[in-house]
Design a protein around this ligand. Structure first.
Ligand SMILES: [Zn+2]
Length: 371
């Protein structure tokens, strides 16, 4: 089972290139394309089109928007190419498979890209990256964006705990989560930074969304993520622009956990990719049918303590990257925590993730009548 999860960016990419070459033979036409990173020509975003004669439906699977989450994304892409793509009708259903929107982050085990940008806060539809859009983040800067070298893990944890308790008392848990996760355009050396312009990975996806909408009637886009949600249960998460509510979607897809993201159900964000896709459809292709969502493979869990631990991991990892530490053990501990947040090592976790993914693919593709 674990062989579905790749060891490295390079092995994952090589496997993808091999798999799609064979897969393409079943379709009317197919092509592979890539975008090399400007300052890292050994890294690329690779995507594959398999196109039918009659362009009715298109399935898009995208992975690695948050680099380190690309390892799980790669496993799910493999499940799709091996088990589901062969069951689709190549006469009227096309494929667009994207291997790693953020290859630098996948290679170096970071969530953000080579410019420190969280690509899922970078898809602003109006192209505005407003530094004042999240004033709460700035108020909580001492907690959320520390700007000094990391001392030992223990000392930093005490400081973190103290600041978190103060923030919980003054702001409350949901306001703290909101400020932390919304995205921010003010602190380039902190987590959830959305950048100052559309990054290359975002521009590639925007271009692909445009091509998909221009050519196909119905588009199903599934984007692979990890970190958020209950451990051992993947959540299908959607932006509020999707018309059906969570319960209706859960029934439609025969899948136990669907969350339509507003402040109540999970968390609000600025510059979300799937939201961008819906808005593009609404503005330029209102007659096309789009369903776009993220598969969120939960890792730490959902309790308040788990959420605080995940906040600590995010803050420490960013601080370590930008301000370093002299303590080797602290560095190892932070890297381990980060890896467990986005790519858990436990066999049982990995097996359950694969079986949830299968169930969701089955439910969604059946609901759209394409299996
Ligand atoms: Zn993610």
């Amino acid at each position: 089972m674990n062989s579905l999860y790749p060891e490295s960016y390079e092995t994952s990419r090589a496997r993808f290139l091999r798999d799609v070459e064979l897969l393409g033979l079943n379709w009317f036409s197919s092509r592979l394309d890539s975008h090399l990173l400007k300052n890292h020509p050994d890294l690329s975003i690779d995507w594959f089109w398999a196109e039918p004669r009659d362009k009715q439906n298109l399935v898009i699977i995208s992975t690695g928007q948050h680099g380190i989450e690309g390892y799980i994304g790669s496993a799910m892409l493999k499940v799709f190419t091996d088990e589901f793509a062969p069951r689709l009708n190549p006469e009227n259903t096309g494929l667009l498979l994207v291997h790693t929107i953020n290859p630098w982050g996948m290679k170096y085990n970071r969530k953000v890209n080579e410019n420190g940008v969280d690509l899922n806060r970078n898809f602003t539809f109006d192209g505005i990256f407003d530094p004042s859009s999240n004033p709460h983040f700035l108020q909580l800067k001492a907690l959320l964006a520390p700007d000094a070298p990391v001392r030992s893990f223990g000392v930093e944890t005490i400081a973190f705990a103290w600041r978190t308790i103060k923030a919980l008392i003054s702001e409350g848990a949901s306001a703290l989560t909101y400020a932390a996760l919304l995205g921010q355009y003010a602190a380039p050396k902190a987590m959830y930074y959305g950048g100052t312009r559309h990054e290359d990975g975002s521009l590639v996806m925007m271009e692909l969304f445009g091509q998909a909408l221009e050519n196909y009637q119905t588009i199903i886009h599934l984007d692979m993520h990890s970190g958020y949600g209950p451990r051992y249960l993947m959540s299908i998460t959607l932006v509020p622009l999707e018309p059906l509510n969570s319960a209706e979607l859960s029934a439609k897809f025969s899948y136990p956990l669907v969350l339509r993201g507003d402040h109540q159900e999970f968390y609000a964000t600025h510059g979300d990719m799937t939201e961008y896709f819906y808005k593009l459809r609404d503005e330029k292709f209102p007659n096309k049918h789009v369903f776009t969502c993220a598969f969120e493979f939960g890792t730490y869990g959902e309790s308040l303590l788990s959420r605080i631990r995940s906040l600590r991991t995010m803050i420490f990892e960013s601080q370590l990257y930008w301000y370093a530490t002299r303590d080797k053990k602290t560095e190892e501990k932070i890297r381990h925590e980060f890896s467990e947040l986005y790519f858990p090592a436990e066999e049982k976790w990995r097996e359950k993730a694969i079986s949830d993914c299968r169930k969701a693919f089955e439910g969604i593709f059946n609901a759209y009548g394409i299996l």
